[in-house]
Design a binder for this molecule. Structure first.
Ligand SMILES: [Fe+2]
Length: 286
């Protein structure tokens, strides 16, 4: 199928194979010695096809029909700040130029799935590992793995916000150094219920900010309006104790009061994780 060829060509290179091998080897290294730069690849604008551009434009237009009223202002402000438009598949170099003076976060293309430790090592250095493939047109409505629309459109606008930016780096530092299965599982749940599927209260209304909701064509109405969703006030311990399932719309979501609430709760939790892992928090947290 031609769509499959388009889908993989973008990361079909020796550079990508070397980067993937480095990422796959990361879990066997000491956390402090993992070098995220070895996982990154370059994004070649010329590799995107007419179909790729059409898919980006269609997804962008469809989501913006409702996000103006459904998404957090922090997301919408971030979208403008990083210069995303419907016109063409974005280039990370352009986005990073805009983020430099705002938060210092950077998006870096990666060849595919990164093991958890490799992913966390990137976040700990304010580097966001970014999928650069575009989903095939035939899978426009649902793609089980991330693509550039999920990773850039869904995630990166929040990286322009200084409070969320600090939260995400602190998360990465805690997750990189977490030694016990107990904390690894709790941190995965935290990521799921915030970065991927988070809601936030703004101006007396509940808004979306999690990338899984922002980039989904189907789930945002359900998340905000369905009587079958249990929308709970954010509480760090409660979130970390809540299992999640990945193959259907989420029946439980957590609503932040503010991103400051998330950042501050993360700092406290990171200090606990680091101390229990034998790492001095002041040596890691910035
Ligand atoms: Fe994601």
């Amino acid at each position: 199928m031609r769509a499959d060829i388009n889908y993989s060509d973008i990361i079909d290179s020796d550079e990508a194979r070397i980067a993937q091998a480095a990422a796959d080897a990361a879990p066997s290294q000491p956390s402090s010695e993992i070098d995220p730069y070895r996982f990154f690849v370059t994004q070649d604008e010329s590799k995107y096809t007419a179909e790729n551009q059409e898919v980006w434009q269609t997804l962008f237009d469809k989501r913006m029909e409702t996000l103006d009223r459904q998404a957090s202002d922090v997301f919408l402000d971030g979208l403008k700040a990083i210069g995303l438009t419907r016109d063409k598949v974005p280039q990370v170099t352009s986005i990073n130029g805009r983020l430099a003076s705002l938060t210092g976060w950077e998006s870096h293309p990666v060849p595919g799935y990164l093991p958890a430790k490799a992913f966390f090592a990137c976040l700990a250095m304010r580097k966001f590992p970014t999928t650069i493939t575009v989903r095939p047109k035939a899978l426009m409505d649902y793609l089980p793995e991330p693509d550039i629309f999920h990773d850039i459109f869904g995630h990166v606008p929040l990286h322009a916000d200084p409070v969320f930016a600090d939260f995400l780096q602190t998360y990465g530092q805690a997750a990189l150094h977490a030694e016990t299965e107990y904390h690894v599982e709790r941190l995965a749940r935290l990521f799921w219920f915030t970065v991927e599927f988070g809601l936030i209260a703004e101006g007396g209304r509940t808004k979306l900010y999690g990338s899984g909701l922002i980039s989904s064509l189907g789930e945002s109405d359900f998340a905000l309006e369905s009587p079958h969703v249990d929308r709970r006030p954010f509480d760090m311990d409660l979130v970390c104790d809540t299992p999640f399932e990945i193959d259907h719309y989420q029946p439980i979501l957590y609503v932040l009061e503010s991103f400051e609430q998330l950042r501050d709760a993360m700092v406290s939790y990171a200090e606990r994780v680091l101390e229990e892992s034998g790492v001095k928090p002041e040596a890691v947290l910035v």
